[in-house]
Design a protein. Structure first.
Length: 116
């Protein structure tokens, strides 16, 4: 599934049209950065309530397809700048993480674990 389909279904805006062609391989939801580093598979959409720059560093490390910051939390300016610099699609939504994951599941996005 392409990121464009996910963004449309969740009503998320995108500034960079090149991001729309990114292939989504699965999903992962956690706020514990070490958990994401250890378990999230490459190509996953990562759903979190964290909004600081370390989120982008971890997303880059795991080669995430995108990061969705849920719960109405707005990413810090440094987080947005770092995401742009590293080419990590970063979105925010007022939906709870629970609702985002539920909608992703309805779209056919399944949990994906590194080496699992």
């Amino acid at each position: 599934m392409k990121l464009a389909e996910v963004l449309e279904a969740l009503s998320l805006a995108v500034d960079d049209p090149e991001m729309l062609d990114i292939e989504v391989e699965g999903g992962y939801c956690s706020d514990l950065l070490s958990d994401v580093m250890a378990k999230a598979a490459a190509g996953s959409i990562w759903v979190t309530n964290q909004a600081h720059p370390n989120v982008v560093a971890v997303a880059s490390l795991i080669d995430a397809a995108a990061v969705i910051v849920a719960g109405g939390v707005q990413p810090e300016e440094g987080t947005v700048n770092k995401a742009q610099e590293l080419g990590i699609p970063l979105f925010s939504t007022d939906l709870s993480a629970f609702d985002v994951v539920g909608r992703l599941y309805e779209l056919g996005v399944r949990g994906s674990l590194r080496n699992g």
